[in-house]
Design a protein around this ligand. Structure first.
Ligand code: HEM
Ligand SMILES: [Ca+2]
Ligand SMILES: [Ca+2]
Length: 298
């Protein structure tokens, strides 16, 4: 059973240690918070929030999810291991890797200027993973609005919460290979701002896969958790198909307008959406374990 004070007796300073380590990591690499936030989504979206994405073991039925092309540019798995080591030093065998991913994502949001979000803890770590499952459950950047809504409504989110959670794209970057089709072969319905497209073409000069080394930021303030992402969507400056598509859909457009106009409102809805994301199909005893090392089952 999850609860807000799960580690009160077994590791009272768990959240403080995660915050301290995350700060240390982010001071060395200011792009780390974006990576941690994406990591939570990519963990929870495949099997549930169970740290399956951290497993390295390659054996029968346990291919690392990192083999999936959908996990392209996932970063900071090794930094989760660093946080884990700090926790093991203080309270060995107590804090699960799944909880560390959730806490690190939560701290990343507030560290970047976003809302402080309370999340229940007590997730356990899974013993299996499959890269095929990652292939089929992680969404493509050109997913339809219907597919996008289904993904999040199935986690108990409202329409508003589904739009808010995509506001995570206020942080971080996208690689050219994920946007070149919009730059060089756009659908007639694609309403990307013309000046924006011209600028992106300069940053992504060719459409060949070499472009996996070039990237552009998700919004103008990729290190700040704010509502700029929604402001930019209204100006035709969304990066990926799905970003642009929700700005062109009559169900989601009014919500984007509200978030662009009122950052506090976005923060409130994002917070409840974040909690729901972090509770996707969690394991609690007798299922699951607390790994000693996040990259390996015990
Ligand atoms: C239908 C849903 C989604 C799609 C299709 C999608 C797609 C993408 C793509 C293609 C990238 C760029 C990867 C790259 O080229 O480096 C990206 C980055 C990112 N996504 Fe999403 N995403 C979705 C939902 C989410 C959610 C729910 C979150 C978090 C709660 C999230 C957080 C992020 C972050 C923070 C980045 C930047 C990562 C970095 O800078 O390392 N995304 N997303
Ligand atoms: Ca998972
Ligand atoms: Ca931003």
């Amino acid at each position: 059973q999850l609860s807000y004070n799960y580690y009160k007796a077994s590791c009272p300073n768990a959240e403080g240690i995660v915050r301290r380590e995350l700060l240390r990591i982010s001071l060395l690499d200011s792009t780390a918070p974006a990576a941690f936030l994406r990591l939570l989504f990519h963990d929870c979206q495949v099997q549930g929030c169970d740290a399956s994405i951290l497993l390295d073991v390659h054996g029968p039925g346990t291919d690392s999810e990192m083999k999936s092309y959908r996990n392209f540019a996932i970063r900071k798995r090794e930094a989760v291991e660093q946080i884990k080591s700090a926790l093991e030093a203080e309270c060995p065998g107590k804090v699960s890797c799944a909880d560390i991913i959730a806490m690190a994502a939560r701290e990343s949001v507030s560290l970047s200027g976003g809302p402080r979000i309370g999340i229940p803890l007590g997730r356990k770590d899974v013993r299996t993973c499959s890269h095929q499952r990652a292939d089929s459950y992680l969404p493509s950047p050109s997913i339809s609005v219907d597919g996008f809504l289904q993904t999040f409504v199935s986690k108990g989110m409202s329409l508003e919460e589904s739009v808010a959670i995509l506001g995570a794209h206020t942080l971080g970057v996208g690689h050219c290979l994920n946007i070149v089709d919009r730059l060089y072969n756009p659908a007639p319905t694609d309403r990307m701002n013309i000046a924006f497209r011209a600028r992106l073409r300069l940053k992504c000069p060719t459409r060949i896969p070499l472009d996996n080394i070039t990237f552009v930021s998700n919004d103008l303030t990729p290190g700040i958790f704010d509502n700029q992402y929604f402001v930019r969507l209204l100006a035709g400056k969304g990066l990926f198909h799905i970003d642009a598509n929700i700005a062109a859909d009559s169900r989601t457009l009014p919500i984007i307008r509200n978030f662009a106009a009122d950052q506090n409102y976005f923060f409130r809805v994002f917070s409840t959406a974040f909690v729901k994301l972090s509770l996707t199909n969690v394991l609690s005893p007798p299922r699951g374990e607390v790994r000693r090392q996040c990259s390996h089952v015990n």
